[in-house]
Design a protein around this ligand. Structure first.
Ligand SMILES: *Cc1c(COP(=O)(O)O)cnc(C)c1O
Length: 466
């Protein structure tokens, strides 16, 4: 009997803040099947069918599991064309959780960028920020404008333990504001910073950006897909925030911005949806014109009423500490296992994904053979795990010279869908990567691109063995 009492003296093991009500089968394929499948899609993991993937860590975008309450909200969706109650539910949640008065629904994050940038960006403009996300950069360059990365240098050293690798370097930002100010319509800050490894930005840094923006009279736009994960890191890592709630931190973060774009497929835990939110009524009315042209009438954008309801509910659930703790500790768990095996990672691990440093993993391969893509293909062959390349393929060619761009980091991202897999799945991923790491010297050849699209080539590029 006393043993039971003793249990309470021990530190309790950590467990998920939810239980499972519905499950979905996944198929464990053979290596032989996978060899054939990956070749048939020209070594591009985007080409694989869902049935051909055992553990899918391609993205955490729209792949999470909605809660019982979100599904209940789906049933209450109002599908009125104009003035649906679902629109007002979403409006109330955005006001409540994020603090913005005006908003426009869009079908996803890039659609929000398309609408907003149609108002704000013209040819020749310069948009400074912290490692712009690929669709953001795509929408900037499509308008013949330039994205300038002002991320701190520490972000590009994967071995360096820095609590806020998403931070903006104040000197880099002020230099560009001083020298190119007339060409800068706004500063864009990505929270968390996806391209540099799901790394957070501190409140102190956000306040610095706000200060410089005010000094030079610029707008601040937050690219907000993972704003709640950013707030979690602030709570854990920034002095003075440990006793604040996630919601308080979120409001303090957004107080540093004028406008936000949101891919709700991330931290609002829905399968599809997005929005733009702003404080300016004038910007809202200008953006409404483009929203109607590209997305749909202003009270639904590209969204169904039911999806707006689920999104509103998701904003509340996504900013609960217990949910965020469960999520981010799972990412950390996978990271820890890999580190124990000696596998090189972006450290500390980010909010939504583990980023394996492919440049160091496959250091004997030249960068022209796309180390991260090669590693992602190898991991699929090994265990049916689908990750994604965040490196030279994603970086595209320079729009002017058409040369391949080789970014500072060559990463394979393993993005963890929200509330979807267990830590047993994480163990499979970790052991599969260890097996590859142990025989990495035997991987003598990488990949070459045989066909590619002119922009955002990573989705459709075809590869062949070198
Ligand atoms: C996913 C994402 C986007 C684009 O959103 P979609 O919903 O995929 O169109 C933009 N910015 C960041 C930081 C993202 O993570």
């Amino acid at each position: 009997m006393w043993q039971y009492y003793k249990l309470f003296d021990m530190e309790m093991p950590f467990a998920e803040a939810y239980k499972i009500k519905m499950v979905e089968s996944i198929y464990k394929s053979s290596r032989q099947e996978r060899e054939q499948w990956i070749k048939s899609v020209n070594y591009n993991l985007f080409g694989l069918k869902r049935e051909q993937v055992f553990i899918d860590l391609l993205t955490d975008s729209g792949t999470g599991a909605m809660s019982d309450r979100q599904w209940a909200e789906m049933m209450l969706g109002d599908e009125s064309y104009a003035g649906a109650s679902s629109f007002y539910k979403m409006k109330a949640a955005i006001q409540d959780v994020l603090g913005f008065e005006y908003f426009l629904p869009t079908h996803q994050g890039r659609a929000a960028e398309n609408v907003l940038f149609s108002v704000l960006i013209k040819e020749g403009d310069i948009i400074p920020g912290n490692s712009h996300f690929d669709t953001t950069k795509g929408h900037i360059e499509f308008r013949k404008a330039t994205a300038v990365d002002c991320t701190i240098d520490e972000a590009f050293d994967t071995t360096l333990l820095h609590p806020f690798k998403g931070n903006v370097d104040p000197e880099k930002l002020e230099t560009i504001l001083k020298t190119k100010g007339d060409k800068i319509p706004f500063i864009i800050i990505t929270v968390t910073c996806n391209s540099s490894g799901g790394q957070p930005v501190s409140i102190e840094n956000l306040k610095m950006v706000r200060h410089l923006a005010d000094k030079y009279g610029k707008l601040v736009v937050f690219d907000s897909a993972r704003f709640a994960e950013n707030a979690y890191f602030i709570k854990l890592r920034e002095k003075g925030y440990e006793h604040k709630t996630i919601r308080e931190i979120v409001l303090e973060m957004f107080a540093c911005s004028d406008v936000m774009t949101m891919s709700a497929k991330k931290d609002a835990i829905v399968n599809m949806g997005g929005f733009i939110a702003m404080r300016s009524k004038e910007l809202h009315s200008k953006a409404s014109v483009f929203n109607i042209m590209f997305e749909g009438y202003i009270t639904y954008g590209g969204m169904s009423g039911r999806d707006m309801n689920a999104l509103a509910q998701g904003l509340y659930e996504g900013t609960e500490f217990s949910y965020l703790e469960t999520r981010i500790r799972q990412v950390e768990y996978l990271g820890k296992r890999l580190i124990d095996f000696g596998i090189p990672l972006q450290q500390p691990t980010g909010g939504h994904a583990v980023f394996v440093d492919a440049k160091r993993f496959l250091e004997h391969l030249p960068k022209e053979e796309f180390q991260a893509q090669t590693l992602a293909v190898e991991l699929y062959r090994e265990a049916g795990v689908r990750g994604v390349e965040i490196g030279a393929v994603l970086a595209d060619r320079d729009p002017v010279t058409r040369e391949n761009r080789f970014p500072a980091l060559e990463l394979m991202r393993l993005a963890i869908p929200r509330r979807t897999y267990t830590n047993n799945h994480m163990d499979v991923v970790a052991v599969a990567l260890k097996n590859i790491y142990d025989r990495r010297e035997t991987i003598r050849k990488g990949l070459k691109i045989t066909t590619e699209a002119p922009i955002m080539r990573h989705f459709t590029a075809a590869f062949d063995l070198v």
